[in-house]
Design a protein around this ligand. Sequence first.
Ligand code: AMP
Ligand code: ZN
Ligand code: FE
Ligand code: FE
Length: 281
Amino acid sequence: MIDLHSHTNKSDGTDSPRELVNKAISKGVSLLGLTDHDTTSGWQEAVQSLRGSISLALGSEISCLTTDGISVHMLGLLFDGQNKEMQIMLEETRDGRLPRMRKMIEKMRAAGIDISMQDIEAVLPIGATLGRPHLADALVNKGVIKSRDEAFQGMLNNDSVFYVSHAAPTPEEAIRMIRKAGGVAVIAHPFASLRGQILGAKDFAALVEAGLQGIEVDHRDQNSDERAMLRVIAKELDLVITGASDYHGSGKLNSLGESTTAPDQWEKLESLADQRRVVGV
Ligand code: AMP
Ligand code: ZN
Ligand code: FE
Ligand code: FE
């Protein structure tokens, strides 16, 4: 079972990389993509936790912003984690998430909600990429809301008055960086319309031009019509089709292996990296 998209407490997941690997093993995942938001800091622990026959496709889910201000997530897999320019790009995005959080908190305080940066610090795991799910956790602790899920259906949604974007590369810049670092670029849940504004079908050609190699089609946030449209686009543009759980631990309903990638699609995707970088025991 191939699941190419998951998160740990190095970003907004709730499991440590070791816990994630252990759970993936017990779920029967044979190849796990480790894709924390804008960081590779979980790679080492995940690799050290390997046992048995599970393998890792190390990567990151890179937060991007189009010039029109649309939020896009780009999965980079199998890139060189030592690549300096890549690490600088990821670090710049992480840095931009702090002022963004301050702005969101200011907006909430102006609306009379009792929340502060201290409340965020209390829930943020050491070294984790700061994100809205941490703000949701802080709001849960304050009794403002009941769960992360409730937060994303209302006050933390992309269309909410409290939403603020953060500095991020464009999808094209992220794709070029992934490719330069030897990896493969797969756009994550491009038609997940529940989250807010999304790309249109016509936007994919420019991404392919920049080096896009795959589309995440099977993902719980995309309904069957959206998946069907993406399959057509993937076929037209000769892109690899992936499926994945986008597992976040107990912070989200997604369970490991709930959506998967077909072996032949993975074989094609892996062959596009500049060298063999799947890690096994
Ligand atoms: P940010 O990167 O700070 O803009 O936060 C976006 C993250 O929130 C995404 O990576 C999602 O994984 C997470 N998220 C989106 N919807 C939900 C939800 N309903 N429950 C929990 N987390 C969510
Ligand atoms: Zn996330
Ligand atoms: Fe995402
Ligand atoms: Fe994700």
